[in-house]
Design a protein around this ligand. Structure first.
Ligand SMILES: Nc1nc2c(ncn2[C@@H]2O[C@H](COP(=O)(O)OP(=O)(O)OP(=O)(O)O)[C@@H](O)[C@H]2O)c(=O)[nH]1
Ligand SMILES: [Mg+2]
Length: 297
């Protein structure tokens, strides 16, 4: 009998949850950046070993932080729902920063409520630590409420990943595979394309701007000359943010567009014509209807 189940991946912003999910799936399903709260939607990444007969459906979750608006409230509620529906939870701790009040809050508020669900703590970023530092953060993580097992690892280098994957495959219940082995994500293609553009914006903006930006794909089509034409909208919340995104003489948006096009071409395996527009949409983070439409539920 095969084994298959849902693995919720939770933790503070910037702990490395998306990096870990991408690494286990073996493909980029979620975008990664050094900005906290990069992930806004729960994204499923699927890892299957058909020979050994297991499938892990990993749910990469937004980082848990005190909600500030409808967007972050929705993100938090989603984390709660997903944890309740998981067979196993991987709680990712940022080893470089150490265990802090944010981790203790997650352990108490989110994990302790689901006593029946095993909680595996992945102590990440150990590539940045020496042995004594790793030992200290492991000891602190062991004290967290509800944590059942600890795995030191580096999602970035892949060190320590195998034992975690093996353990997760043991912990998911017996049952048939839920997705065909070749499927790696449940994310609609347009959402991934929008996210790849947002990733390039995150790399090139600072302060409040990364949090204020959202990207929507308006249309994807084939042109007569064979190019894939993608029309996308970048939203900012204020005109001054819009100005920064466009840059002097359009330099910034040109830079974002050209980097994004490279990523889109790599993803689609086709040449892309990218039509990128910046618009202002005040307070979109508080707009329930708009959040529904862009799939943040
Ligand atoms: N050195 C090191 N950096 C890492 C490791 N894992 C992730 N990072 C970096 O940490 C930053 C955050 O990674 P993400 O995967 O986006 O973190 P996240 O937990 O998904 O963050 P949110 O989506 O904002 O909650 C990025 O700059 C990653 O490259 C690791 O094992 N070692
Ligand atoms: Mg993330």
């Amino acid at each position: 009998m095969s084994r298959a189940g849902f693995v919720g991946v939770a933790g503070r912003p910037n702990a490395g949850k998306s990096t870990l999910v991408n690494e286990i799936v073996g493909l980029r399903v979620a975008i990664v950046s050094e900005r906290p709260q990069t992930t806004r939607r729960a994204i499923r990444g699927v890892a299957t070993d058909p020979d050994q007969g297991w499938q892990l459906v990993l749910t990469d979750l937004p980082g848990v932080q005190r909600p500030r608006d409808v967007l972050t409230e929705r993100m938090q509620r989603r984390v709660q729902r997903e944890i309740a529906d998981s067979d196993v939870v991987v709680f990712v701790v940022n080893g470089e920063e150490g265990v802090g009040p944010g981790d203790r809050f997650i352990a108490k508020a989110l994990l302790a409520a689901n006593r029946d669900t095993p909680v595996i703590c992945a102590v990440n970023k150990v590539d940045r630590l020496n042995n004594a530092e790793t030992a200290a953060v492991l000891a602190a993580a062991a004290e967290l409420d509800g944590v059942d097992e600890l795995f030191p690892l580096s999602a970035k280098t892949g060190a320590g990943l195998e034992p975690l994957i093996e353990r997760l495959a043991e912990l998911v219940p017996e049952g048939p595979l839920m997705y065909p082995p070749e499927q790696r994500s449940d994310q609609p293609s347009e959402v991934l394309l929008a996210e790849l553009i947002r990733e390039q914006v995150l790399l090139r903006t600072r302060d409040e701007l990364p949090h204020a930006v959202e990207v929507e794909i308006v249309e994807v089509g084939e042109r007569d000359d064979g190019l894939t034409e993608i029309e996308a909208q970048i939203w900012a919340e204020t005109d001054s943010q819009k100005g920064i995104l466009i840059g002097a003489g359009g330099a910034k948006i040109k830079e974002i567009g050209s980097a994004a096009r490279t990523e889109l071409e790599r993803e689609l395996g086709a040449r892309v014509f990218l039509d990128l527009n910046v618009r202002t949409r005040g307070k979109w983070r508080r707009d329930e209807g708009l959040l529904d439409r862009i799939g943040i539920e």
